[in-house]
Design a binder for this molecule. Structure first.
Ligand SMILES: [Fe+2]
Ligand SMILES: [Fe+2]
Length: 358
């Protein structure tokens, strides 16, 4: 396959569905310690909250957004959907702090599991969205040369698979002290990876390489069910795998167990374009591939185009700018309801329809 003309540096944001915005704010803001960087409404459904969380004022790759749909049915994961979202943490020690903090808050946690390339704990948000906290390292070069990732199918060692793991030691591992506050060392680092499910992993490989310029950096098996392929793509220049860029898919060939939209499910994933010019090039590139792409849509904090992966997953390419400081000062991001100018005339009606956050 020829080298792609364009390659995304990674994720811009991920958007999920909540049934209860105040509960989502308590979970992601207070318990997980993310900053609320924008409180606004769904531009396509203005009586519904749209909350944005992120770091450093909403740096691309750290942004999690939520549509609040109080009456949404529970979604389900499956082909064409996302299974889980992993957020980064520095080390296994900080990960164990997270396990203790979450467990003490009544959130069941499994792991830490050695995934080889990182160590993982798993839990769910109040709507059932599966979340993971993964360590930065040791990275993808533990079983392949750093300059030749993704070339060979890697069989995980039995010690990392069910039956080979010391489940009692895994369950017992935690931080010995309570963790009542999110300390600086344990601060979450944004999107570590996003894992979905596809019914055709070869077709997905061709699509993500050609459409988004991502590189295949690992071909292995699901370490909880080694009959299932698990492939990883990322921004990769042949030497370094970019942070906030790893998309991974489980292969369910021939499966018709489709993902169902709804609460506790991801709505879409957005990748980055550095600027409007690059986004226009992406749009031309995708159209040239025969992909059905939306026109550029103004989202005030970025501009977006939307399209679907061959398995149905909704994707977006969003510009890095202008960013969340466009309509409120950096020091007070997320403190007031912000509306796009064309909705300001309806402000009192919209405010009256939204459940107060805090
Ligand atoms: Fe994961
Ligand atoms: Fe989006």
């Amino acid at each position: 396959m020829p080298a792609p003309a364009l390659s995304t540096p990674g994720f811009h944001h991920i958007t999920m569905v909540s049934t209860d915005a105040p509960r989502t704010l308590a979970f992601y803001g207070e318990l997980l310690g993310l900053d609320l960087v924008k409180r606004t409404v769904n531009f396509d459904d203005p009586n519904a909250w749209h909350l944005y969380f992120g770091h450093d004022g909403g740096r691309p790759g750290t942004i999690l957004t939520f549509f609040e749909w109080p009456h949404a049915r529970r979604g389900r994961w499956g082909v064409g959907g996302i299974h889980h979202l992993a957020l980064g943490t520095a080390t296994r020690e900080t990960q164990l702090k997270w396990k203790r903090r979450l467990t003490d808050a009544g959130v069941p946690v499994s792991g830490p599991l050695d995934r080889g390339y990182f160590t993982s704990i798993y839990f769910a948000d109040p709507d059932g969205q599966i979340l993971e906290i993964a360590t930065r390292g040791p990275g993808y070069a533990i079983d392949e040369p750093a300059d030749a990732l993704g070339r060979e199918l890697v069989v995980p060692p039995v010690g990392r698979l069910p039956g080979g793991r010391d489940e009692a030691a895994i369950a017992a591992a935690t931080c010995p002290e309570p963790v009542p506050a999110v300390t600086e060392d344990m601060r979450l680092e944004g999107i570590h990876h996003i894992t979905g499910i596809t019914d055709d992993i070869d077709r997905a490989d061709a699509f993500y390489q050609e459409a988004l310029g991502l590189a295949l950096v690992k071909k292995t098996y699901n370490q909880d069910d080694a009959r299932i392929l698990h492939w990883f793509w990322a921004s990769y220049d042949g030497a370094t795998v970019g942070s906030h860029s790893a998309l991974t898919l489980f292969g369910w060939p021939g499966s018709n167990h489709r993902a169902g939209p709804g609460a506790g499910q991801m709505h879409h994933i957005a990748f980055r374009a550095r600027d409007d010019e690059e986004q226009a090039a992406w749009r031309d590139h995708l159209l040239g591939m025969g992909v059905d792409v939306s026109p550029v849509t103004e989202r005030d904090y970025f501009r977006s185009i939307y399209f679907r992966a061959p398995d149905g997953l909704l994707l977006e390419i969003a510009t890095d700018g202008p960013g969340f400081g466009v309509d409120e000062p950096a020091e007070s991001l997320g403190s007031a309801l912000k509306l796009p100018s064309w909705l300001e005339a309806r402000r009192s009606e919209i405010e009256g329809s939204l459940v107060p956050l805090s």
